[in-house]
Design a protein around this ligand. Structure first.
Ligand code: NAD
Length: 478
């Protein structure tokens, strides 16, 4: 029982535990859930127009409170510019779903329409799962806490969000924003794994974003309760650069897609396969560009690379680099996790002479590390790219889109960026299904992102004569 318990959170820039918050124990999660369930029927009854209007009011209030939310988020993540972009993106996500959700729900086929069974017509009724739950990770705390909750709210659900215990500070200003829309059936429950378990125990539908290991536990708990669980998990995204690609152009894309947010993004490029014919100019450009990247330290407003959000993440990345070096990998630039002002940083790190067995090639790294492997034939590159437990996303850079698309068709992942990298970080309407250990369930992007929260009820009209008992008798009248 965690009631009354408090937890502390690290500051990624100082390494100090400087924030304390109250943990929602099982009883509190139950009480919040009961309150949300009480609000939900009225919310759903507002219809799509009524819900969209209130979601837009929420977006406006968030925009007004953006300075406070960004400040808290910047303390959570150690990032300044990205925190600003993240909050704007979260506001944009609400506005986009308010508009698209209204069109979608109003356009749903309801019937009645004729069945293939003679004399029958079918009408379809839609109703939302009453209580939706989100369990979120620390790498984009605001965005990933709300990415599924917003379409769930638009569909008519109430929403209970459990952010990561590593990044709790943004919740205080977000709770204040809720005062502008008291009708909104939305609440936050802070805490660690036990609070997450209580959320799975309380809701009717859960969306989990986080590591594959925790995802399996959430899926098992949801399975015991027979509630749907959508999982958005880890990745080890490959990028293939063919011999027809322009090397400097490809290097700039590979660098950006690997190091944005210090590589702490699920769709970061974590392995690069480059055609041997262009490997030399590609690597030269990659190293030169990598060496031009500055830390966002001491001024968080200047420079590109912020600290690792979670101290342990720096250790994981350092251990992968040490293992790779020990097995013969060469570091062309970067390579040392540094401690500055109490925070932990890593310069963009380019590795060559890596082997498929190294952890840096098999396990999620979640850091600004770019292991580069050369290939002679495209079949080799495709086989190596697909040789992973993950299937989140991938990227192909070639001389033209047609060549890139032909390779993309052979990659075993849910979303493929062609002639760019990590496009799912900026494109919200590309329906895709994460493969293998990267996820489970319908797409969070595109219209499916909302429609998954609406249950269908079939109202089956008998327009002809009701079938007599004799119609069901076995042949021969047994
Ligand atoms: P994590 O799995 O450690 O934690 C995620 C959340 O689950 C946290 O809120 C945590 O408190 C909660 N949790 C932990 N144990 C639980 C349990 N037994 N039951 C219920 N909830 C529990 O992940 P993280 O370290 O916070 O995030 C990083 C991971 O997230 C990386 O693997 C990354 O690839 C992944 N990620 C995936 C996507 C995607 O869309 N596929 C997006 C961002 C991050």
């Amino acid at each position: 029982m965690l009631g009354g318990a408090v937890m502390k959170a690290h500051n990624p820039r100082t390494g100090k535990e400087d924030y304390e918050f109250a943990v929602a124990g099982p009883e509190e999660v139950q009480a919040i859930s009961a309150r949300l369930r009480g609000l939900q029927p009225g919310w759903e009854a507002l219809g799509p127009d009524g819900r969209a209007a209130l979601l837009l009011r929420w977006a406006d209030a968030m925009e007004q409170a953006a300075p406070a939310i960004v400040t808290a988020l910047a303390q959570d993540t150690g990032r300044s510019t990205i925190s600003n972009i993240e909050v704007q993106a979260a506001v944009g996500n609400i506005r986009r779903w308010a508009a698209r959700g209204t069109e979608l729900i109003q356009g749903l086929p309801r019937g009645p329409s004729p069945s293939v069974t003679p004399g029958i017509e079918i009408e379809t009724d839609y109703s939302a799962y009453p209580l939706f739950g989100a369990i979120a990770p620390w790498n984009f705390p605001v965005l990933l806490s709300h990415v599924d909750a917003v379409p769930a709210l638009m569909a008519g659900c109430a929403a209970l969000i459990k952010p990561s215990e590593q990044t709790p500070r943004f919740v205080e200003p977000m709770r204040s924003v809720l005062a502008a829309v008291p009708e909104l059936p939305l609440a936050y429950a802070l805490g660690g794994p036990e609070t997450g378990q209580s959320v799975v125990d309380a809701v009717d539908y859960v969306c989990f974003t986080g590591s594959t290991g925790t995802g399996r536990k959430v899926a098992e708990a949801a399975g015991r309760r027979l509630i749907p669980a959508n999982l958005e998990l880890g990745g080890k995204d490959p990028m293939i650069v063919t011999s027809s690609a322009e090397p400097e152009w490809a290097a700039a894309i590979a660098l950006r897609a690997s190091i944005v947010a210090t590589g702490q993004a699920c769709q970061s490029i974590e392995r690069v396969y480059v055609a041997r014919a262009i490997a030399e100019p590609f690597l030269a450009a990659l190293v030169e560009l990598a060496q031009g990247v500055e830390f966002a330290f001491p001024d968080p407003e200047k420079g590109t690379l912020g600290p690792f959000i979670v101290p342990a993440q720096g250790n994981t990345v350092a251990a992968q680099l040490a293992e790779a070096r020990g097995q013969g990998a060469r570091v062309l630039t970067g390579g040392e996790v540094e401690t500055l002002g109490g925070g932990r940083y890593l310069r963009p790190t380019v590795l060559v002479d890596v082997t498929p067995q190294m952890a840096v090639m098999r396990e999620e790294t979640f850091g600004p590390v770019i292991p580069v492997t050369m290939f002679d034939h495209i079949d080799e590159a495709i086989a190596a790219a697909n040789d992973t437990q993950y299937g989140l996303s991938a990227a192909v850079l070639a001389g033209d889109l047609e060549e890139a698309a032909a390779i993309g068709a052979r990659l075993d992942a849910g979303a493929i960026s062609l002639q760019d990298g990590a496009l799912t970080s900026i494109v919200g309407d590309a329906t895709n299904h994460s493969r293998k250990a990267s996820g489970l369930g319908p797409s969070r992007m595109g219209d499916e992102g909302l429609l998954r929260f609406m249950r269908r009820k079939a109202l089956i009209h008998q327009k002809g004569a009701a079938a007599p008992l004799a119609a069901f008798a076995e042949e021969g009248g047994a």
